[in-house]
Design a protein around this ligand. Structure first.
Ligand code: ATP
Ligand code: MG
Length: 295
């Protein structure tokens, strides 16, 4: 073989090797590209799944918060309905008491007064021992009449409806003081006028219950009552320096006692009640009752 042929052989050998190398490289690159493409596809699929999951979660959260909003609205409506119902119940209760008090006073009281008169007239001309019996019946009738009057006023003092808070309170204290032996220091300002009936009733019943509690539980012979009205509110405070009580007492009587009834009444007209009591350090009850803005 001459020199030229050798060179041609070498040339072709180099070209074949180059071609083979280029082919291997191309195939490798194509394989790598394909692998890369597959990875990207796989990643895309993962991303799409994750995105769908996030969207699903977001929908669930939106749904849950919409549901929670719905429940909150329902709860608020129920609470409002319950409050309106309690208010109507209390009004009905007071109306009923007023009606029974009027019935007792106007009907039964009149009949008893008539009977009492008849007995005293009959006793004048009656022979003994009938006269003595008639006189005894007359005394019993007087007693009965006094009890009916007291019951009438306990149920609902007509003064409260006719003349307002201060006269009704004066009448209550006139009976409370001798009955219990507790002296009451009453101070007030700005209440010589009329307030809405609901407000007068709430203030009156608050003082009535608080003073009854003083007589029943405090172990004192004096109490203070403070009432004052500003343009915005009527404030009622009853306090004593008696035995007081622990806050646990309140928790135990929270649902049925006089104090919880008092709180309910006050809250129903938008007011607040605060009770300050410590064992051995007396009790102070303050009710703040908002006045209607037009007053
Ligand atoms: N002024 C007070 N001094 C001492 N303890 C008091 C006073 N007022 C209330 N308490 C305590 O608080 C408790 C709850 O009072 P609340 O008026 O609710 O019920 P009650 O007076 O026992 O019964 P009722 O339901 O007939 O009013 C009382 O039992 C008493 O222990
Ligand atoms: Mg009580």
């Amino acid at each position: 073989m001459d020199q030229i042929d050798k060179r041609a052989d070498l040339f072709w050998s180099v070209k074949r090797v180059s071609f083979t190398l280029v082919s291997i490289l191309t195939v490798s690159l194509a394989g790598a590209g394909l692998w890369h493409y597959r990875s990207v596809l796989k990643l895309n699929r993962h991303l799409a799944t994750a995105l769908a999951e996030v969207q699903h979660q977001r929908m669930m959260i939106e749904q849950t918060s919409a549901q929670r909003q719905w429940y909150e609205d329902e709860l608020r409506t129920s609470a409002q309905q319950l409050q309106a119902l309690s208010r109507r119940l209390l009004e009905a209760h007071e109306r009923e008491r007023r009606a029974i008090a009027r019935e007792l006073h106007d009907e039964i009281g009149q009949v008893l007064t008539g009977l009492k008169l008849t007995l005293s007239t009959a006793a004048v001309d009656a022979p003994e021992p009938l006269a003595t019996s008639l006189n005894e019946a007359h005394a019993a009738m007087s007693e009965l009449l006094a009890r009916v009057r007291a019951l009438t006023l306990d149920l609902r003092p007509a003064l409260l409806d006719d003349l307002g808070l201060l006269p009704a309170l004066g009448w209550f204290l006139d009976r409370y003081v001798p009955r219990t032996g507790i002296k009451v220091d009453l101070r007030h300002s700005g209440i010589e006028r009329r307030f809405p009936s609901e407000l007068e009733t709430t203030a009156y019943r608050t003082i009535q219950e608080a003073l009854t509690n003083v007589a029943r539980h405090a172990g004192v012979d004096q109490a203070k009552v403070r009432i004052f009205a500003s343009a915005e509110q009527l404030v009622v405070q009853v306090s004593d320096d008696g035995i007081g009580f622990a806050s646990t007492t309140l928790a135990n009587t929270a649902t049925s006692g006089g104090l919880s009834g008092m709180r309910e009444r006050i809250q129903l007209i938008g007011g607040t009640l605060s009770i300050e009591a410590q064992p051995g350090e007396g009790t102070e009850i303050t009710a703040e009752l908002p006045l209607p803005t037009f007053m």
